[in-house]
Ligand binder design. Structure first.
Ligand SMILES: [Ca+2]
Length: 103
């Protein structure tokens, strides 16, 4: 019988913790990795959407303290900022709803 080396990275594939990495457990490795990748990707997208929302909120609050002539000068940029921010958040929500429906 073969054994894993000490502190092997494949120890985690012993799902039931009996000290034996069985054929059945190994066959699930790809599935586990795919799920982990999806979770990581989802987490990154969640962070992006969250920080975009926070940035939009902060930007709005900051705009209250900026002199009006500067606000007018920046209006083209701030319009783009709001539209693209809403696009990011909307795309996140849309794909999240679509992905959870697909499952
Ligand atoms: Ca096992």
């Amino acid at each position: 019988m073969k054994k894993l080396q000490k502190d092997s990275v494949y120890n985690e594939y012993d799902a039931d913790g009996d000290g034996i990495v069985s054929d059945d457990e190994l066959s699930h490795v790809k599935e586990i990795k795919t799920t982990e990748d999806e979770l990581r990707k989802h987490l990154a997208q969640l962070r992006m959407a969250r920080y975009t929302l926070i940035a939009m909120g902060l930007f709005t609050v900051v705009m209250f303290f900026v002199p009006l002539d500067r606000v007018n000068a920046l209006s083209d940029i701030s319009n783009l900022f709001y539209i693209s921010g809403a696009g990011i958040v909307g795309a996140y929500m849309g794909t999240t709803a679509w992905m959870s429906k697909k499952r």
